[in-house]
Write a protein that binds this ligand. Structure first.
Ligand code: T4K
Length: 389
């Protein structure tokens, strides 16, 4: 019963939730099915290095996404690094600043300069016009990000890449099992990178993959994820250890069976939040396009500058109630080190990125949230805004 400022934990009341509510609480499939896979792995004594479950997992993912190749990896960041290298990116690559820092780090880690372009404030996705402004003679590629599982402006970015002879790939870490203009995300650009981290819509504990229709690129990535081995004692290329392990693939195979159930739970949560917050002035939920298939993994609340309570005060009020709301992806990569101090980013101003990063709160969703919990979270937000201390 949170009605007045005095009922809020931030003002000394008992927190609404005893247990913390997390953004990114893992969605888990059938426990028994997983235990069976684990027992089989024990008996088989095949734990890693392109094992049978990894191969089965790759085939199922490729089929689900309607793409020719899935190259499974140990996590999304290594998958990004390997994709970037296999594509031959160099010099400068244009990326959004409003993304998880891994998108930028995967380039910087390989001595390629991520060049940050601004986003469209309405969609939070890379702005094609901003991308054009950042092209220089050193630009070799563009990495679009399907942020929050909503498709980046794929067609416009492909046009820019074609006009300027640039490579285009996508960070699809958020967009597993989502569509762009009715087609499954996974086969756009030269390749697309997935993350199966614990906090993602679909997880393999840790994991990732690159998906592509390009045979040569897939072959190069398979080499690179396994030290460049082509035979038992023959190495033909520099490589790293990007392999997915069998127990991760087992989790993936189990979780693949509950994709639709998780989507249904996430969508129900998203609609419950939307309904409960519809009359609260100063905040709005970022809408999903219902004509697309969405995974609804991110409930993204935008706080207006004119809201009676600032974004950070609202986050503090939620945290006091044990609602671990997140300020993703504040303050934008261009404001994080090393980028903020380095040429060409020192002093870079990206107005839309700054405005979006200043306004967003990501709220808990997933299998573990129910209607009562969502009603309470919404009531905390309503009270914090309407009855500030
Ligand atoms: N590109 C994009 C656009 C990405 O968003 C990401 C990852 C990547 C690339 C790279 O993919 P990976 O290399 O990660 O596969 C989390 C995740 O660690 C990260 O995977 C994800 N993006 C990012 C958006 O979120 P943090 O720093 O927020 O994680 P952390 O530890 O604060 O956890 C988030 C919340 O989830 C916490 O409240 C705790 C809860 N949680 C977490 C784990 C791991 C659980 O309840 N159970 C768990 O097992 O980055």
């Amino acid at each position: 019963n949170i009605r007045t400022a005095a009922d809020l934990a931030v003002n000394g009341a008992t927190p609404a939730f005893e247990q913390m509510l997390h953004v990114g609480r893992p969605n888990m499939g059938d426990r028994e099915a997983f235990m069976q896979y684990a027992a089989d792995i024990f008996d088989r004594r095949w734990l890693s290095n392109n094992g049978p479950l990894v191969q089965e997992f790759e085939a199922e993912v490729a089929q689900h996404l309607g793409v020719k190749h899935c190259v499974a990896m140990c996590n999304g960041t290594i998958a990004l690094e390997i994709a970037i290298r296999a594509l031959g990116l160099e010099g400068e690559v244009i990326v959004p600043s409003y993304t998880f820092v891994a998108t930028a780090h995967a380039l910087q880690w390989q001595s390629i300069t991520p060049v940050f372009a601004d986003v469209d404030p309405a969609t939070h996705a890379l702005s094609p016009a901003a991308v054009r402004r950042m092209i220089t003679p050193r630009t070799s590629g563009i990495i679009g990000v399907h942020l929050w599982g909503r498709g980046a402006p794929v067609a416009e970015l492909q046009d820019i890449a074609d006009e300027h002879g640039l490579k285009l790939m996508f960070d699809a870490a958020h967009a597993f099992s989502c569509t762009y203009q009715g087609r499954m995300i996974g086969s756009f650009g030269a390749c697309e990178v997935l993350s199966f981290h614990a906090t993602k819509f679909f997880n393999t504990f840790e994991g990732g993959a690159v998906v592509t229709n390009d045979d040569t690129l897939a072959e190069a990535m398979r080499l690179m994820r396994n030290f460049g081995f082509v035979d038992l004692d023959k190495v033909i290329h520099p490589g790293t250890n990007g392999k997915m392990i069998e127990i991760a693939a087992a989790m993936g195979l189990v979780n693949l069976r509950s994709l639709d159930a998780v989507i249904a739970a996430n969508r129900r949560n998203y609609l419950a939040y939307r309904e409960a917050l519809s009359d609260v002035k100063g905040v709005r939920l970022l809408a999903y396009d219902e004509t697309e298939r969405n995974n609804y993994q991110y409930v993204v609340l935008e706080v207006d500058d004119a809201c009676a309570v600032g974004r950070d005060a609202l986050v503090a009020a939620l945290r006091a109630e044990n609602v671990m709301a997140r300020r993703y992806f504040w303050p934008g990569c261009h404001n994080l080190e090393p980028y903020r101090s380095l040429f060409p980013h020192a002093g870079l101003v990206l107005p839309a990125t700054d405005a979006v990063a200043r306004s967003v709160i990501v709220l808990p969703t997933g299998q573990t949230m129910d209607a009562d919990m969502i009603a309470t979270v919404a009531q905390i937000i309503r009270t914090a805004i309407n009855a500030p201390a």
